[in-house]
Design a protein around this ligand. Structure first.
Ligand SMILES: [Zn+2]
Length: 283
């Protein structure tokens, strides 16, 4: 093995280990059902990580349910510079996001919902992307968001898009959503790109340009549904969902058996490498 390849292999390994640590921490809270105590523990865990890398965070509250609404929150992290000559922070052009909440049959009654693949995997990748951007100084135009209450009806992402004012919406150029990115079921590590042909096509092209260098194959689907990309797509914001292929076929999804031991951390490290390569181009 050449020295360069050796170095790349070592970097992948340590990335895989860091991703595993985040997934184990998130799953270790027992349940991240939106109203469970573990959801807030997971928010606090993510806040500590973001703060350690120099990000400011805030919680964006929103209500879930109509009859007896209760409050949940999204977590927003950024290190946006001030607009010149103003106290105002500049507006983010790039969003990297994943839902933090989980679900399982008994979750509403306090049962376990470890949600390792769905979606500690996506959250771990958001965290490690934030870490990598901070280390490289690529933080000026990016915001990282962990959504709440996706599993009960996309409440967090709907609330996020609904709260965006016009200038903010105009500034936002691209949204990357990660959901279920821990299990590769294909012979070659493969990532599914989900969005609309028009609104997501350019982001799909960018992923495909970089995917080989990250050791990933890609497949496209133009029938997006069911995750946090939808509210952004409906608002006509260029958005792409990155998801494992065959995500619908996992028998352990949304059960107490979605545990960290099942995940392929080398696969996830490749996705981390891909995201870093894509974002690096923007700076
Ligand atoms: Zn999910």
């Amino acid at each position: 093995m050449s020295e360069e390849l050796q170095l790349m292999a070592e970097q992948l390994l340590s990335m895989a280990e860091r991703l595993r640590a985040h997934v184990e921490a998130f799953a270790g809270f027992g349940s991240r059902y939106w109203s469970a105590p573990g959801f807030l523990e997971a928010i606090e865990y993510a806040e500590r990580q973001f703060h350690g890398w120099g990000y400011a965070t805030r919680r964006q509250p929103f209500e879930v349910g109509t009859v007896a609404p209760r409050t949940c929150c999204n977590l927003i992290a950024e290190q946006l510079p001030r607009i010149e000559g103003s106290e105002e922070p500049s507006l983010p052009e790039i969003l990297v996001a994943a839902h933090l909440d989980s679900i399982a049959p008994d979750a509403m009654q306090g049962g376990p919902a470890p949600g390792a693949d769905d979606n500690a995997s996506g959250c771990a990748l958001v965290l490690e992307t934030a870490r990598a951007c901070s280390a490289a100084g690529f933080t000026g135009r990016i915001r990282f968001v962990l959504f709440g209450a996706e599993e009960v009806g996309l409440f967090g992402s709907e609330a996020y898009v609904g709260a965006m004012f016009r200038r903010e919406r105009k500034a936002l150029r691209e949204v990357w959503v990660l959901d279920q990115v821990g299990l590769n079921t294909r012979p070659e590590p493969t990532l599914k790109l989900e969005g609309y042909r028009g609104r997501s096509g350019k982001l799909m092209n960018r992923v495909e340009e970089k995917s080989a260098s990250a050791g990933l194959e890609t497949v496209r689907t133009y029938k997006p549904y069911g995750s946090d990309h939808m509210p952004f797509l409906r608002a006509r914001i260029p958005t792409l969902l990155l998801i494992q292929p065959d995500d619908e076929d996992d028998p352990h999804n949304h059960t107490e058996r979605d545990t960290p031991d099942r995940l392929d951390y080398d696969y996830m490290a490749r996705i981390a490498r891909l995201l870093a390569a894509i974002l690096r181009e923007k700076f």
